[in-house]
Write a protein that binds this ligand. Structure first.
Ligand SMILES: O=C(CCCl)NNC1=[NH+]CCN1
Length: 332
């Protein structure tokens, strides 16, 4: 059955979690819906208790429908250096009113410090199953398991700054965006929701990326990670902006002044944009010369696979169309 679930921004819009019901009776955990990975893993009672403070925990021994997969394991490292690993089983997993009766659930035995101190109780990865880390047999994602029961094999993302949004499964709610949805074919070779991103625009000038440059639509990444050239070109136009090695990236004056232009970047053959106001990320890091500075939402990444994270989705409705191997967006 098609369904919708609330997407809650964790502090500072660092990530967006959804309530996921696992097992019988249902144990509800708040998972980070991550279109940049493909493992469904949860905090569990297999971890040392010092890792569990402040988290909801899945205890498979309390679920009558849990089945352990003996000899299976998982271990994942994310691009931001965080990671987790543990054991594997199956159980019933419900999001909204959509239930997969036998979903591979990866229970954590250990997680890295950023997860211990973070606000999620695990991740639900909705990229392609080919990125799943379960061994010796890779697992399908929850979406790959549910999609044949949906009206359309797609899900959409509607995220906001500091306000509850939603993920919808199986349908497109035309009230959630403006204008028309622009689609681009996805190349599934890598397993990510990946498409060409060969240009960007700052002010009136359009610049080229390498012809092989791509971007991925990644709700599990907080910011907009672009080429070093694009970041440099953008911040050159922002009075007061600077690359700050102490902070580890570009910082900008927090005052929402008009001097922050929009940043445009190609998603396939269409241009997407992030407004200047959305380039100011989080709250003040401190003052320099009496001016309070904030972290920039546009930051450089090495290589030519850019990562369009939550900053993109705070301004654009996203359509992950698995059935037609395409990604679509429209301003919201
Ligand atoms: O790992 C990535 C980048 C894929 Cl290129 N996104 N997803 C994620 N989940 C937790 C931290 N980051």
């Amino acid at each position: 059955a098609d369904s919708s679930v609330t997407a809650t921004p964790e502090s500072g819009d660092v990530e967006y979690t959804i309530p996921v019901k696992i097992g019988t009776p249902a144990q509800t955990l708040n998972l980070n819906l991550d279109t940049g990975s493909s493992d469904l893993w949860v905090f569990s009672n297999s971890q040392v208790t010092s890792q569990l403070t402040g988290h909801d925990v899945y205890n498979p021994s309390k679920s009558s429908t849990w089945k352990k997969l003996a000899g299976f394991s998982w271990s994942i490292q994310y691009a931001d250096g965080s990671g987790a690993s543990g054991d594997v089983g199956t159980d019933t997993v419900t999001i909204g009113s959509s239930t997969v009766g036998t979903q591979v659930v990866e229970i954590a035995k250990t997680v890295s410090s950023s997860f211990t101190s973070g606000s999620n109780d695990g991740l639900i990865g909705l990229a392609y199953g080919k990125l799943n880390t379960v061994s010796p047999v890779q697992a399908k994602t929850w979406f790959e398991n549910i999609m044949s029961s949906l009206s359309n094999k797609l899900f959409t993302a509607t995220l906001y700054h500091n306000k509850a949004g939603s993920y919808d499964f199986g349908y497109i709610d035309s009230k959630k965006y403006t204008g028309t949805i622009k689609y681009t074919p996805i190349s599934t070779r890598s397993g990510w929701w990946e498409f060409p991103s060969t240009s960007y625009k700052v002010g009136a000038t359009t610049y080229s990326n390498p012809s092989t440059a791509t971007g991925i639509a990644d709700t599990g990444t907080t910011l907009l990670l672009v080429s070093s050239g694009a970041a440099k070109t953008y911040y050159k136009t922002v009075s007061g902006a600077q690359a700050n090695s102490q902070v580890g990236g570009y910082i900008v004056p927090c005052a929402k002044s008009a001097s922050l232009p929009a940043f445009y970047f190609s998603v396939g053959s269409n241009l997407a944009s992030v407004s200047g106001a959305n380039v100011i990320y989080g709250s003040s890091l401190g003052t320099i010369g009496g001016v309070s500075y904030c972290f920039g939402a546009i930051q450089p990444i090495s290589g030519n696979q850019y990562i369009f994270g939550d900053v993109f989705f705070k301004q654009n409705f996203g359509v992950f169309d698995y059935g037609r191997t395409r990604f679509g967006f429209a301003p919201h």
